[in-house]
Design a protein around this ligand. Sequence first.
Ligand SMILES: NC(=O)c1ccc[n+]([C@@H]2O[C@H](COP(=O)([O-])OP(=O)(O)OC[C@H]3O[C@@H](n4cnc5c(N)ncnc54)[C@H](O)[C@@H]3O)[C@@H](O)[C@H]2O)c1
Ligand SMILES: O=CCCC(=O)O
Length: 495
Amino acid sequence: MAATNAQDALSALKDRSLFIEEAYINGKWDKKAKTFDVFEPSTATVLGKVANCEVQDFHDAIAAADVAQRDFEENTTAAQRGAILRKWNDLILANLDDLGTILSLENGKTIAEAKGEVTYAASFIAWFAEEATRSYGYTIPSSTPHTNVYTTKEAVGVCGIITPWNFPAAMITRKVAPAIAAGCSVVIKPPSETPYSALALAKLGELAGIPAGLVNVLPTRDRQAATELATHPTVRKISFTGSTGVGKMLAKLAAGTLKKVSLELGGNAPFIVFDDADLDLVIEGVMISKFRCSGQTCVCANRLLVQKGIAPEFNRRLVEAVSKLKMGFGLDSATTQGPLVNKSAVDKVNQHIEDAVSKGAKIEFGGKNDENQKGFFAIPTVLSGVTPQMLVANDETFGPLAPIFEFETEEDALKLANDTEFGLAGYFFSRNVGRCLRVARKLQVGMVGVNTGKISAAEAPFGGVKESGYGREGSLFGIEEYQVIKSVTVGNLNK
Ligand SMILES: NC(=O)c1ccc[n+]([C@@H]2O[C@H](COP(=O)([O-])OP(=O)(O)OC[C@H]3O[C@@H](n4cnc5c(N)ncnc54)[C@H](O)[C@@H]3O)[C@@H](O)[C@H]2O)c1
Ligand SMILES: O=CCCC(=O)O
């Protein structure tokens, strides 16, 4: 029988040693005197106390990562790096139940979603195990006689990795796997809300044969310590996933030593329903895109743009689907919607509802959340009559709020969709081939879902345009973020 509370669930882990509260620096598990509390969000009670690393710990980890990286790059082949990654992938999948439980407890997402995320996280490791051996250079015809020009790809060096709480496992492996495939080392600052998945993954990495110092995990609540990754001259690359504000701040700091930077930031995804769409597919798509992780994904539909003719039927069917969702403890198999990560996340949903209603929106289902509740639950809510003047039009809700805007023409829909400084994901549903190709071209986003709400996969390039950031993760492009190109010119071949 599934555990009904966090401490019982931890006691029931098959391998209790995967629940780790120490930092991982230079291959050693380091129990720190200073700790911080991590909460289980359905009850807002303490799940555990984890090491709170300080500036000196970051300096130690960066120094160890530098030594480990030089050795690793010089003394391993791409095939050997791929083999380590494959072993890591296998160990993660072998421990799927425990990793899913730990992830669900710290993040709140349902056990089905948590296991889905662990599998998704492993898929990046499996993917980059293969990509390690497909990292080719060029030979280039030279403009000078008797000269050869060729390129190689080298590891960028020590990488600082900073990730958010909404995907405690996958946001780490999507960065660390290509880094290792390329021959880099990493110093990871996991999110302070969800550090346990990162530590468990590191433990399995150690068992898979990742050398000491190559992967370091330093939980901290000390902002100054975390920003060491962006300022320390030995770190040559920063890969950040999180909010646009923090991303911009880190990019500015990283500019001081001209580090390579990838930023996967916030979104404001439009989800457009044209009146020729297949409504069954639309409802399936919107439930995935809007309500996955209780609305807390960067690619979640933030604005539902629905063509006038189809709006009444869409509203009715959406309310019918949303009314079947069940909020609860993530480990309860009946739960389809876990809690949000913390109280300020619930407050933001309330603020968006309040603002929209005060400006004329109608609550079709759900509504405001009790500010004094014990856990951090947000009721799945549907609003109609939403307009661009409302807060929800411009700000990522990051919660289970589905605001419906109506539009008349394709041109109106595109204007509304692109009227945002963000450009991460966009979705639309239509059965008209010409419209599908046209709208996919015109949406100002890095990722488009056409007749589907599911766009995330190891093989698909992940990333945004505009203020949603730069760089691409996953796919054949993801490894390039951790490489630099060297060109070699060999002259005077005739002498
Ligand atoms: N584009 C993507 O791939 C993607 C994926 C997931 C989440 N996100 C975005 O992330 C946001 C939600 O995540 P969040 O609330 O954890 O974001 P956040 O920016 O607050 O935090 C992200 C990470 O940065 C750290 N951090 C925060 N302030 C810092 C500082 N001053 N110095 C150093 N590190 C700092 C956090 O501890 C965390 O590890 C949303 O905007 C979401 O859209 C984007
Ligand atoms: O929240 C952002 C990442 C989610 C995903 O990879 O689909």
